[in-house]
Design a protein around this ligand. Structure first.
Ligand SMILES: [Zn+2]
Length: 79
């Protein structure tokens, strides 16, 4: 199914830590196709896509999460 890769960017995996209960969770984000779609983690961080991604911690229902790492897309990236 190699042709599917050409149609859409690779999905990113966001690693998010809940600010309330400090549990780590992750969220897979499928990128839409377009000229201004981020192709690697650095571009994703600088883009507006992150601001549109909702977060809700399942165990404690907090909506405040801190991004602790991103994988997928281009090279793995963490900070
Ligand atoms: Zn939580």
């Amino acid at each position: 199914m190699g042709y599917a890769v050409l149609k859409s960017a690779a999905p990113f995996t966001l690693h998010i830590r809940c600010e309330n209960c400090l549990r780590d969770s992750f969220k897979v984000v499928e990128m839409p196709v377009g000229d201004d779609v981020p192709r690697d983690a650095d571009e994703l961080i600088e883009s507006v896509f992150l601001e549109k991604i909702p977060f809700r911690c399942r165990p404690c229902d907090s909506v405040i999460g801190r991004l602790v790492g991103i994988s997928g897309g281009g090279d793995p990236y963490a900070y």
